[in-house]
Design a protein. Sequence first.
Length: 622
Amino acid sequence: MCERGAGGGDVNSNVLIARSTGDAQLDKAVWQWLSWDKNQKTKEQIENLLQNGKHKELRDRLCCRLSFGTAGLRSAMGAGFCYINDLTVIQSTQGIYKYLERCFSDFKQRGFVVGYDTRGQVTSNCSSKKLAKLTAAVLLAKDVPVYFFSTYVPTPFVPYAVQQLKAVAGVMITASHNRKEDNGYKVYWENGAQIKSPHDKEIIKCIEECVEPWNGSWNENLVDTSPLRQDPLKKICDSYMEDLKKICYHRELNMQTNLKFVHTSFHGVGHDYVQWAFKAFGFQPPIPVPEQKDPDPDFSTVKCPNPEEGESVLELSLRLAERENAKVVVATDPDADRLAVAEQQNGCWKVFTGNELAALFGWWMFSRWKENCSKDADVKNVYMLATTVSSKILRAIALKEGFNFEETLPGFKWIGSRVKDLLDNGKEVLFAFEESIGFMCGTSVLDKDGVSAAVVIAEMAAYLETKNLSLAQKLIEVYETYGYHISKTSYFLCYDPPTIKRIFERLRNFDGPQSYPKFCGDYNILHVRDITTGYDSSQPNKKSVLPVSKSSQMITFTFQNGCVATLRTSGTEPKIKYYAEMCALPEQSDRSVLEEERQKLVEALIENFLEPDKNGLIWRSA
């Protein structure tokens, strides 16, 4: 997302750029960049574009500023105010400093956490570690104590450290599972959750007020020389692994199991930390995929570093598991906050969806709670959460077992903040998830965490083996007990924002002004909820219970046949995503009939509501 204008104060009228573009706004932006950027490689990129008269590209790069999306910034690395680079990271951190100074009188006592992954780009001299050092430098130069990790860490370590160290906030430099060209700047508040409104909007205002780098902001050597810098690595790692044991229920069984596990870290940060987590649970270490064990910012063995893509990107780990006779593969994405799982059965592999894993995690976390809770524990004090585009399976389990289930808007920033509210009010939260393989087991980390999820699924598999059950067999049992929930998630690429807006505005004015569709092909629509406008036909006052989110598009349709389908835009990528789920009652046990019905509805949804051929959408399997 972009906001027009490079921002900043008045340009010294005596300073002239060597070659005017004929556009005063662009000239100002070029002058600012060449005056402020001290990274020789990105500075040269802008100088070359100016010398070669590439005014359109200059305008695209310099007259558009990065704005906070999913709890921070994410973009390609490169030169320009709309890219991730040294200068935009410095500007963002200056804005955060200014905002935190307003919010916390004890900011300079409590400090700030900075972590980073292993991404990097030689062409712009722009690695995650360097960006993290500059983030720290801005704060250290202003006498703020900084907890700067001495090596790369999983993303969950930053929110965990913010809470453990009682810091006011933290930043993780990562683009998670995005393509190798991207990087990001993820911000966490003092509660250990990703920032959400109004903090994001206020930080943007503060960034705009102080875009010129301050004295000391470029001094990345402060990380090595300042007495205000501390390395929290050992303390946080030891504490995290100790806290993990709170959700370990069968350590002796884990120590005895003959099950073998393969782990791939997708060229990212996860290898060491997953090894240590398995040790904390009493397991033998998982077998690493040698080609993917060590960090590689080029992600050289996969077409994309996203384990959510399924069997095609898990190829190396599945073949290794077959050679090693390992039954289960766990895959963490490059920053180790997401988890994919595959299980071998009769020579074939089942790669579980995020929604299927959530069904297993939901059953497991509740059944362990039930077995281990005190006699006076009240099930009505127990909660699980999911984002609204995720499977409703936790709702079905909650209805039958008596605990509470809540939905949030998409994104773990909403889950983390709500979980903190519940904990502060004396509630017990066992599990939360989003369908895109993001899981929160327990509440040590108020964000998705692939490290803890990996070891919990391993313990689950080892326990089930003693019952002569596989994960896949247990999943069927869960669905037969609580009702089949059969999901389909995929997306279309669309690089034209006006087209995306037109698609959603058509749905809001389908049969006339402010009239949503009543049918989708042959399927009757019972209710419509539009998070963008705050409309919900199922509520007496027609207002959505979930917060309005005007910055993105999201409409949910509930059908008479039990299917729930959502169309939404991505916060970080040029995608229109669709989610469809048949939510059946336990007595509806014919899965093939339910799958056929869901598939027909998805086809109707695409044809009638998205019109991909007419709108030039590019389909991608997810």
